[in-house]
Design a protein around this ligand. Structure first.
Ligand code: NI
Length: 231
């Protein structure tokens, strides 16, 4: 699955992120890569404990919490503190799979390290697509290849079980935030059915209002969520 979530950040919020990131210290992106993906990863990152990363990460988390489409698609239980990366000319990230479990270091959390099972991966675009060439996120799943290169401020959420890569940037520089989500619904097909059902109910409500049947379907949605979710 791959879900596009337009305008998670407003243009003013994107500009704020870019201003702050322009002043940050960037390091080799291999610092957060697993052994296999480190060989494929050619980009720059802001260190995860840098104050600028944490301040912008908190802004993103607060926007995620209020975004209906994100919440419906992810049914998020935990979100890894957002990280920030950059691909300058010639940089890319070859085909890889994300680690299944990530640790939020004690220094970023409330004491003990927290484990996050990466059910979904997310990329938040922070550069206008007109300002760079290449730098497409390509996600491979059983339905083939999906390409994502969206407006600055847009988010894409996709299954972390997929193999994926970022094509080389051939002009300009591509800035983004990236993070992972542990869903309350571990099973991807169940999560996708809930997303489809929620979308259908929301569409129906707009057409016919809260009829007895719509309330019945809403009840069904919540009862399936109760059956499938860990909270
Ligand atoms: Ni990845």
């Amino acid at each position: 699955m791959l879900v596009h979530i337009p305008s998670l950040l407003s243009p003013a919020e994107v500009a704020h992120c870019r201003d702050m990131l322009a002043k940050a210290d960037w390091v080799d992106g291999k610092v957060t890569a697993g052994e296999q993906s480190a060989g494929e990863k050619r980009n720059l990152q802001v260190p995860e404990n840098a104050p600028v990363a944490r301040a912008l990460g908190d802004l993103i988390l607060s926007k995620l919490g209020k975004n209906e489409r994100f919440n419906s698609a992810s049914l998020a239980m935990r979100v890894f503190p957002p990280l920030f990366n950059r691909y300058d000319g010639g940089m890319n990230f070859g085909t890889h799979i994300d680690n299944a479990i990530r640790f939020v270091p004690a220094s970023l959390g409330s004491g003990a390290p927290i484990r996050v099972r990466t059910d979904m991966s997310a990329t938040l675009f922070l550069t206008d697509p007109a300002d760079y060439d290449g730098g497409e996120l390509v996600v491979l799943d059983t339905f083939g290849e999906h390409r994502a290169k969206f407006a600055a401020g847009d988010l894409v959420v996709y299954s972390a079980t997929s193999r994926h890569h970022v094509t080389p940037v051939t002009r300009g520089s591509r800035w983004a935030s990236f993070f992972w989500i542990q869903s309350m619904v571990r099973d991807e097909s169940a999560r996708l059915m809930l997303f489809d059902l929620d979308n259908a109910i929301q569409g129906l409500r707009k057409k016919v209002g809260d009829t007895e049947e719509v309330v019945g379907l809403t009840g069904l949605y919540h009862n399936l969520l109760r059956r499938w979710a860990d909270a």
